[in-house]
Design a binder for this molecule. Sequence first.
Ligand SMILES: [Zn+2]
Length: 268
Amino acid sequence: MPELPEVQTIVNTLRPRILGRRIESVNLLRPDMLMPAGFDLANHLSHRKIADVSRRGKRIVFTLDSQNCFYIHLGMTGRLTVEPTQAELLKHTHLVLQFHNFHIRLRDPRRFGGIFWLGKQSPDEGIGPEPLTIQPVQLAARLARISRAIKNALLDQRLIAGLGNIYVDESLFAAGVHPLRAANKLSNEEIRRLTRAIKLTLRQAIRHRGSTLRDYVDAEGGAGAFQKLHRVYDRAGEPCQVCQSSIKRIVLASRSTCFCPQCQPSRP
Ligand SMILES: [Zn+2]
């Protein structure tokens, strides 16, 4: 699933192509991908220019010259790419935005994503602060009421927006925090380390254009390279790069979690 670094890379590759460009027409092939249901998207998008495209959490937010906004969420398998107008329309393409001489297409075989019309509403609705700018004291306050495992807490988009399985596992490893530790039992020092680890991990992943495991590509169709630098994610049974212990894999809330039992002790 695309997480913050992948979504940021898509935004970065999309921006120079569409900023200031006019949407000529809209083809919504799967109306059930649109929220609110039955909304006349084509009417509100056609002949509008793109004033901005940005990221909020895992949301790709489009601002039109009418100042109305909508966002696209890529779910598990979504791709948002720039395509030549004449390129064959592949199966599972749900939305086509026609620009003067190219298309933006949303393709999502598993359809966990969607297109969300916001109008003048804020794209912040329902999600927590950005991990790239969050301060340790802010994170501490949000974790204080949560007795769940820190891994699950960080996956909760209402608590902090943009992290998923890959970057939570990598950040917890970098911070030396065991994924099963209760979120409200972390010390201030551990929260400081964790905040720093999250920011460093995400910045490094953005520099490497995200992680491509299966589906993810940027708006130009390019793959990411950060998967080569994963230290625990999807590395169960391999030696830890720091201490040589075998990386462990457990299942937590039906998600796979990888960590080093030596570098991430289960007790503080
Ligand atoms: Zn280790």
